[in-house]
Design a protein around this ligand. Structure first.
Ligand SMILES: [Zn+2]
Length: 219
């Protein structure tokens, strides 16, 4: 709910309201709930003030929902969930390969449920942006803007890619598990290189997703 100050990271920040303040607004300002910015508002006037360090900054919003939403923050949460899932898949298939490779790890169902949950959550938050998603840098400046509908299309493709890469990781991990149980040094080296490659490609996809959000030209 709180916007952190880009200068000192304090959460003690208030919105600056412009225009002639009525008695009610003056009362709220006295209690430190809002800051009054004066009667004239220009496009570059600051929108927020920090009560700790008095820093003021501009953060334009399309609607009040944006007060709690930051697309890069959302993406970080999503990618953290994806990385956790990839690590779980790697471990599950590695141990499956070392043990009985015919046995499908049942925990896999939970891993995919978690992935689905994280993407559904991201998707639901994306809806709240309305027609346009704006991307801000740390000081609240808009650094990118794109149609929400385009973002949904990109998300679908990204999810398809993610599943493909997770499949490759599962396969490589299974091979590595089998090689480490019964294979020679060469087989272990080959399978190990496959796991490294699958990890690198997952990492690359994550970087691409972030680049897409920061630079709309890639959308
Ligand atoms: Zn501050």
């Amino acid at each position: 709910m709180y916007l952190h100050c880009p200068n000192c990271t304090s959460a003690a920040t208030v919105e600056i309201l412009y225009g002639y303040p009525g008695a009610d607004l003056e009362e709220r300002a006295r209690h430190g709930l809002v800051a009054l910015g004066g009667c004239v508002i220009g496009e570059s006037e600051p929108t927020h003030r920090c009560l700790e360090c008095s820093h003021q900054w501009l953060r334009p919003f399309l609607n009040p929902n944006h007060l709690t939403q930051d697309i890069l923050c959302m993406l970080d949460d999503l990618e953290t969930a994806n990385t956790t899932a990839a690590n779980q898949i790697e471990n599950l298939f590695l141990s499956s390969g070392r043990g009985n490779a015919e046995h499908i790890p049942v925990e896999l169902v939970d891993v995919f449920a978690e992935i689905h949950h994280a993407w559904a959550n991201f998707s639901s938050l994306l809806h709240d942006f309305g027609e346009t998603v704006q991307v801000y840098d740390d000081s609240g400046r808009v650094i990118n803007e794109f149609a929400t509908a385009d973002a949904f299309d990109v998300m679908q493709k990204q999810l398809g890619q993610l599943y493909g890469l997770l499949g490759a990781l599962a396969n490589a991990s299974l091979q590595l598990g089998q090689a480490s149980k019964a294979g020679g040094v060469d087989e272990i080296k080959t399978a190990s290189a496959l796991v490294q490659e699958a990890r690198a490609r997952l990492n690359e996809r994550r970087k691409q997703a972030r680049a897409l959000v920061i630079d709309a030209a890639n959308l």
